[in-house]
Design a protein around this ligand. Structure first.
Ligand code: KG4
Ligand code: ZN
Length: 340
């Protein structure tokens, strides 16, 4: 074995996906994600059920990640895990597991900030994709976060703006709930939006200063709009689902792109990356791609498997930290609120 080769086992359990991955240096060998279906029936993530499902899933997920990677535990160089932000009980499962395994195998432990990982996922090696150059702007758009970040270096990031209320993923999911779609509704809104007219209905864009965001007003206006229209026609949602979804998605993408344009203007940085679950959205992916020819930006859009929560993104941070000997000891505790 090449002595320079680093093998990282990474564990992610911050919300409702249990994930384990193995990386050889900056390359993914395996990335196993066990999505918890149990929350669908409740219309949102139930924290206590999430921790229990993590407990059930974590051993098989790790076992599968090692098997797919064809790596023996003894070959590992370190174990990386999500310390936060996320749900306390969920984080505890992954963190305790990582700590015990590291102790048992005598391996160093590396703690990872989940939001940093969504950004640094762009540094996972992939022949088909270029990597961002520093400094670049990253917009993290997920179920829990909406931020614009100036990334100066791997571990030097500054938040330039963020949501004052709901995260953009919540805006998608709550809109979907109003339309009677199951949780998580974001991907469904996206699917129907692709068949509809984005200009069919107009929703107001929030007026928020600077680079901050707000999505709660949009949710309320969608709710009032649907209530009004279904009073007139009980079948309104069924008859117009594609157009409603397309119009909601169009408005959300406009809100995101307006702020990104502002951030580029303010910083003079034209390298723009996105990360987090909502970067799987077809509307934002298209808008970002178009910005290359329209505004001369260089854009970085994650591969689908690195958009929503996954352990490979935790693994790349593990690798980058390993190179700088940024280890942690076993007394470390989880951090449900963990800023960049
Ligand atoms: O990053 P992520 O997997 O978990 C968090 O850290 O929150 O993001 C999940 C969020 C959910 O709100 C989900 O509805 C949204 O990402 N999402 C989407 C799409 N795929 C996932 N939203 C809109 N369009 C999509 N295609
Ligand atoms: Zn996430």
């Amino acid at each position: 074995m090449d002595p320079e080769t680093i093998y990282i086992l990474a564990i992610e359990s911050s919300c409702d996906d249990t994930s384990a991955a193995v990386l050889r240096n900056n390359k993914t060998l395996s990335n196993v994600v066990a999505t918890q279906k149990i929350h669908e029936a409740y219309g949102g993530v139930v924290p206590e059920l999430a921790s229990r499902a993590h407990q059930r899933n974590i051993v098989p997920a790790v076992h599968q990640a090692l098997t797919i990677a064809n790596i023996d535990k003894k070959q590992l160089s370190a174990i990386a895990f999500t310390r936060g932000p996320g749900l306390m009980g969920s984080l505890l499962v992954g963190t305790s597991f990582a700590k015990s395994l590291a102790l048992g195998l005598g391996l160093p432990l590396i703690e990872v900030n989940h939001m940093q990982a969504h950004i640094l996922a762009h540094f996972i090696e992939d022949e088909k994709k270029k990597m961002p150059e520093f400094p670049f702007l990253a917009m993290t758009i997920s179920g829990g976060h909406t931020q614009i970040v100036r990334v100066n270096n791997f571990f030097d990031m500054a938040v330039l703006g963020q949501t004052l209320d709901d995260a953009v993923g919540e805006a998608f999911d709550k809109s979907a709930k109003i339309l009677g779609l199951p949780y998580p509704g974001g991907p469904l809104v996206d699917r129907y939006a692709q068949l509809g007219n984005p200009k069919a209905f107009q929703f107001p864009k929030p007026k928020v200063e600077g680079l901050d965001f707000s999505f709660s007003g949009l949710k309320t206006s969608i709710l009032y709009f649907i209530e009004r229209e279904t009073k007139r026609n009980a079948n309104f949602i069924n008859e117009n689902l594609n157009d409603i979804c397309a119009s909601i998605q169009y408005t959300i993408v406009e809100i995101l792109m307006d702020k990104l344009k502002k951030a580029v203007k303010k910083t003079g940085i034209t390298q723009v990356a996105i990360g987090g679950g909502v970067s799987a959205n077809s509307g934002i992916r298209r808008a970002l791609k178009d910005a290359e020819s329209k505004y001369g930006w260089t854009t970085y859009i994650p591969k689908f498997e690195y958009c929503t929560d996954n352990a490979a993104m935790i693994g790349i941070v593990g690798y980058l930290k390993f190179r700088e000997a940024k280890f942690t000891d076993a007394t470390i505790s989880v951090k449900a609120r963990y800023t960049l």
